[in-house]
Design a protein around this ligand. Structure first.
Ligand SMILES: Cc1ncc(COP(=O)(O)O)c(C=O)c1O
Length: 380
């Protein structure tokens, strides 16, 4: 053990902060990673540490395709998979490859607030579309498509960040059909797809990529560890081949080639498959604990509905205060959250809070809610 690790947005040691959407240390499989990297280096050929293949090492993509098949029951073509540095890098790459400054991207309102920075970097115009409990409100989406002629529609279809909503199968099919009809790209950020609680989400949009213009973004951040910076894009094989023409990939090969060798080991020996049920159980316990604590301590100040997976509870202040105004008080009380208006392009949802249950065990979550309750019971 060396120096105490630092990471951005780390909560102070004594805080119980509901803002970070990051796993706690006990959910990161350090021993499995240590063993996988040791096994890899025992047999590695030096040329495996050359630049590698542009879409990502074929053996990695084949092992990933088999893993996705085992998890989803859908056959997966490794030629439609393209390695990425996780979903943030994947989203940036898709914007770079498939959009021009000034293009419109339609987004769920609210959505993952850090995606706004990526869209801004590419000069995209972000247009919000309302949700209705099972993802996009389809009437609002169709109207926005006709009015704005988007280049892309960005969606987090399963256990959405921040609302926890899941796009129904019917809507997934309609969205894919609309992408063909109106010639836009569905960019599906599926970072929580495999983190369901009691039952799996509907089929991933990645598995439907042959039926329309779809690129799905998958990531190992939440199912192994964010620091791997490893994920994948899933699309039709022709589009995947075209992506290999990106300048930085032609010059330097794909990103995080070495990490992909380690993760291949975890995929091949079934470690990841075996660990996923433990992760789902751990997150479901945290999800239950946060919601039970909210019911016990915050029922008069907040309303929410329990998500069926993912990382987040989306709660609304009953007394209509602005969540942002409460944040300094919450911090002073040793807790925190993401104020809802950060998640909305038009800064709506200002009386909402995004609460992550990912970073703490149940007893800590309950203690954090008690701190939050004191702030909410006595708003300024
Ligand atoms: C919706 C969404 N997309 C992307 C990310 C970041 O993913 P990655 O670590 O793979 O870049 C997160 C992490 O919180 C997220 O919630």
């Amino acid at each position: 053990m060396g120096e105490r690790p630092r990471f951005d947005e780390a909560p102070p040691a004594d805080a119980i902060d509901f803002a970070p959407g990051q796993p706690s240390a006990d959910l990161i499989p350090l021993n499995a990673l240590r063993a996988a990297s040791a096994r890899y280096f025992e047999q590695a050929h030096a040329l495996e540490l050359n630049y590698g293949e542009k879409p990502g090492d074929f053996r990695f993509r084949r092992a990933l395709a088999q893993f996705l098949e085992r998890q989803s029951g859908h056959s997966t073509d490794p030629e439609g998979l393209f390695l990425s540095g996780g979903n943030s890098q994947g989203l940036n790459f898709v914007c770079q490859q498939f959009s021009q400054p000034g293009d419109v991207v339609l987004v769920e309102d609210p959505t993952f607030y850090l995606a706004f920075d990526v869209f801004r970097d590419h000069g995209l115009r972000v247009v919000p579309v309302a949700l209705d409990g099972t993802g996009f409100n389809l009437d609002a989406l169709e109207a926005a498509i006709k009015t704005h002629r988007p280049r892309m529609v960005y969606t987090i279809p399963s256990f959405q960040n921040p609302t926890g909503q899941t796009l129904s199968l019917e809507k997934r099919e309609q969205l894919v059909a609309l992408s063909r009809e109106h010639d836009f790209l569905v960019v599906a950020d599926e970072v929580y797809q495999l983190l369901w609680g009691h039952e799996p989400a509907p089929p991933s949009l990645g598995s439907m990529s042959g039926q329309g213009h779809v690129i799905a973004l998958g990531s190992f951040s939440k199912i192994i560890a964010p620091g791997l910076r490893l994920g994948w894009l899933q699309t039709d094989p022709d589009r995947a081949r075209r992506m290999s023409g990106a300048g930085f990939i032609r010059s330097g090969g794909n990103v995080n080639h070495l990490t992909s060798h380690w993760v291949r080991e975890l995929l091949l020996d079934g470690q990841l498959d075996r660990n996923l049920p433990n992760l789902r159980t751990a997150y479901q316990r945290r999800n239950d604990a946060l919601c039970a604590a909210l019911a016990a301590d915050c029922a008069s100040s907040l309303s929410w509905s329990q998500p069926a997976g993912g990382y987040f509870v989306w709660a609304k202040l009953r007394h209509g205060s602005r969540a942002r105004d409460l944040l300094p008080l919450a911090r002073a009380a040793g807790t925190g959250f993401i104020a809802g208006d950060r998640c909305s392009p038009g800064h709506g949802f200002d009386s909402h809070l995004r609460l992550s249950f990912a970073h703490y065990e149940p007893d800590k979550l309950a203690a954090g809610v008690a701190r939050l309750a004191r702030v909410l019971d006595d708003p300024p």
